[in-house]
Ligand binder design. Structure first.
Ligand code: IMP
Ligand code: MG
Length: 182
């Protein structure tokens, strides 16, 4: 059912990042990850829901043994802007103590979501903690949270597709598109 009063959303006709570009970038990233984690087991922590497709592709691309767990965070704010107030909606099920943790995020924008997740995870004493994001939006960063692996960087604009949503819609698109009227 469509909501009668929902604004009509206009997406770019051309993808910002095509499926082929995403797949190629994941190959490169996973080669780097394999090099860095040689001889170890990775515990990937996917931040739901936005990273579900990215982590599914990434975990299959890396050759290093990997296990996975999920965390769901809610950040208060508008549909397009983070407030920095984070609530853990679904916590991890696994212990991360002494594990080599790789957080897999969809987008780092202000960095507030990741900053608060990072300190929560560090309190649980992992052997190491690195962060991988599909999209890095440097221009809006208000924290100096370290990001170790970056899929793509972009400046401005709101994007959807390949797991990324606008009010829960468009996660199912196979590529990434810009919302032209937000
Ligand atoms: P931050 O706390 O400002 O870094 O917000 C990061 C979160 O905001 C991401 O994990 C996304 O869920 C969401 N977000 C930020 N920019 C976009 C976008 O362009 N499209 C979809 N979600 C976004
Ligand atoms: Mg998110």
């Amino acid at each position: 059912m469509t909501t009668s009063n929902a604004p009509s959303i206009k997406l770019s006709t051309k993808p910002l990042f095509s499926s082929d570009e995403i797949a190629a970038r994941i190959e490169t990233l996973s080669a780097q990850i394999d090099k860095d984690y040689r001889g170890r087991e990775i515990l990937m922590i996917a931040v739901l829901k936005g990273s579900f497709l990215f982590v599914a592709d990434l975990i299959r691309a890396v050759k290093t043994p990997a296990v996975i767990d999920f965390v769901r965070l809610a950040s208060y704010g508008s549909a397009t802007q983070s407030s920095g107030i984070i609530e853990v909606r679904k916590d991890l099920e696994m212990s991360i103590k002494d594990k080599h943790v790789l957080v897999v995020e969809d987008i780092v924008d202000s960095g507030l979501t990741l900053e608060s997740l990072r300190s929560m995870l560090l309190n649980r004493q992992p052997a190491s903690l690195k962060i991988c994001t599909l999209i890095d939006k440097q221009a809006h960063r208000v924290t100096d949270v370290p990001v170790d692996y970056i899929g793509f960087s972009m400046d401005d604009g709101f994007i959807v597709g390949y797991g990324l949503d606008l009010d829960e819609r468009y996660r199912d698109l196979p590529d990434i598109r810009v919302v032209e009227n937000v």
